[in-house]
Write a protein that binds this ligand. Structure first.
Ligand code: ME8
Length: 516
């Protein structure tokens, strides 16, 4: 049977500087979904990359005394390096300075112009330079930019406009008829009531005030508005071409999920659908606006001096501890908080105690009592039932949460089973059974149940903590995917080793201080 396709994308990160742990959260979240879908048998295409044009980047390069291209080459490489440090399994890392993307964006602009969806006019309005956005008076919050809170300036320029207004009714109708399109639900209502229904104004899609962008083909003193350039990355990189798209494009489009942060939902659920309709294309199936990661309950920002970087955290805690923390700590719809103290506590309680100890204790007992070869002697007792049924239901429970993109809750389900397994050790007391020769088969059954539970949980952990999952399966000698289910269930020559070292909080905090 042909595999079902699944196309997932992240936002493409601005190459204005090194990404902080907040930006990095998104790629880890997308990675866990992509890995999960692969595990479920989907043919997955996972795209990420960098957004490299715009005035801000031009200015940053100037400050540094290098060309914008030199600047973005450096930053894009750094972003890719961090995505790799986080062990993310993207299929393609795209860049908006890729000449192929640039050419297709020009053709897209031409096509919209020929269709009459883009026209030439003059813009005068309130402009926020850092956000590269024009705002109307009514959109300002206390006279300030609604996105960054800075003062906008009066600005006038000849510009091209996209007829957003033309698509307003269609957009309202579409969003109302497709409740799954914008997630979480609260974001959908926010978009409809605060932005779309009050009226869509035509969107300025070209700039003449700076050069670092894609030139408008028909009028090269203009560069293409950065959001038209950025959003189209989702189609240009899979072979969209206004003159005839590739097989690859027909295979992957429409995307199944655009995963983005809550601050850019507006661009993805208003501008992007209208651009796609203008090109005669289908809309992505879902746009999910994830909440933010805060540090000490404060917005992360380089200028605030509270930026925490993923690679530093990985050096201090290891990649899976960081992945676990961000995936678990940011619930579905509310912002999550990151502090070093919380990260240490989570690692100690969940990873070192619940998971690490369970695996270590169980394998050590299997080695001690059975030289590491444990078979199912089927000497059952009532106490086994709850554990076995929890483990057997785990797949469905995880699936239910993953289908709703409740990643943190999916992890909770797995850890619930791990905690239940620890409790099972306390209940069955294998060390006591070991003292009684007549209980040997019961003891072996108990260990078999524990090893099976660990194996199943390790498989489920794979999308979230890929290294840890592999390490556990390796310790269980259960990694060989060529083996049949039954063969894989024979445990032999198991080598326990510590998965997560318990962290001494005081010592670690001192180390962090010194690192700063
Ligand atoms: O917005 N916690 O790029 P970007 C969680 N280039 N996510 C966060 C976050 C935080 N503290 N801060 C930012 C852009 N993000 C555009 C996207 S897509 C066609 C163009 C998220 O580098 C943010 O919401 O500013 C966005 O989804 C992503 O990081 C990249 O942000």
């Amino acid at each position: 049977m042909e595999k079902k396709k699944y196309y997932i994308s992240t936002a493409i990160a601005y190459t204005s500087g090194k990404p902080h742990i907040g930006n990095t959260y998104e790629i880890v979240l997308a990675d866990s979904i992509a890995r999960y879908k692969r595990q479920k048998g989907y043919d997955v295409y996972f795209q990420t990359g960098t957004d490299e044009h715009g005035e801000k980047i031009e200015l940053k390069a100037k400050e540094k005394g290098i060309t914008p291209k030199e600047f973005v080459d450096e930053v894009s490489a750094e972003i890719k390096r961090i995505w790799d440090v986080m062990n993310t399994s993207y299929d393609k890392f795209v860049r908006t300075t890729d000449p192929k993307h640039e050419r297709i964006v020009q053709k897209i602009f031409d096509k919209m112009y020929e269709k009459g969806d883009i026209y030439k006019g003059e813009y005068s309005g309130l402009y926020c330079t850092p956000c590269e956005s024009f705002w109307t008076e009514s959109q300002l919050v206390d006279g300030k930019c609604p996105d960054c809170g800075r003062e906008p300036v009066e600005k006038k320029e000849e510009a091209y406009f996209f007829k957003l207004s033309k698509y307003q009714d269609k957009l309202v109708d579409y969003i109302e008829k497709h409740p799954e399109f914008i997630q979480p639900e609260s974001r959908k209502n926010e978009m409809l009531n605060n932005f779309i229904k009050p009226g869509l104004q035509d969107l300025c899609v070209s700039r003449t005030s700076f050069d670092w962008g894609i030139l408008v083909d028909i009028d090269p003193k203009h560069v293409v508005y950065v959001w038209l350039d950025a959003l189209t990355n989702y189609i240009t990189n899979i072979g969209y071409d206004p003159d005839g798209s590739s097989e690859e494009f027909n295979k992957w489009w429409p995307a199944d999920l655009h995963l983005i942060g809550k601050d850019i939902i507006r661009f993805h659920t208003i501008y992007w659908p209208c651009f796609l309709w203008s090109l005669g294309l289908e809309l992505p199936k879902q746009v999910f606006g994830h909440p933010w990661l805060l540090t000490n309950n404060d917005k992360i920002g380089k200028s605030r001096g509270n930026a925490i970087y993923a690679d530093d955290l990985v050096k201090l805690f290891g990649v899976d501890a960081v992945r676990y923390y961000v995936l678990h700590e940011i619930p579905f719809a509310n912002d999550g908080n990151l502090t070093y103290e919380l990260l240490i506590e989570r690692t100690n309680t969940d990873l070192a105690n619940t998971l690490g100890n369970l695996v270590n204790r169980t394998i050590s007992m299997a080695n001690k009592y059975f030289d590491g070869v444990v078979t199912n002697k089927k000497v059952k007792e009532d106490v086994d039932n709850e554990l076995i049924s929890m483990i057997n239901n785990l797949d469905k429970k995880v699936e239910k949460k993953m289908d709703k993109l409740e990643i943190g809750f999916a992890l909770d389900e797995i850890f619930e089973c791990l905690r239940r397994s620890n409790k099972y050790i306390d209940e069955t007391m294998p060390w006591a059974l070991a003292k009684d020769d007549s209980m040997k088969d019961r003891l072996e059954t108990v260990l078999y149940n524990l090893l099976e539970s660990i194996r199943v949980c390790a498989n489920h952990l794979n999308p979230f903590l890929p290294n840890t999952s592999e390490e556990i399966l390796k310790q269980l000698n259960s990694l060989d995917k060529s083996l049949s289910y039954n063969e894989n269930n024979k445990f032999s020559d198991m080598k326990p080793s510590v998965l997560f070292q318990r962290i001494d909080k005081e010592k670690k905090l001192k180390e962090i201080e010194e690192m700063k």
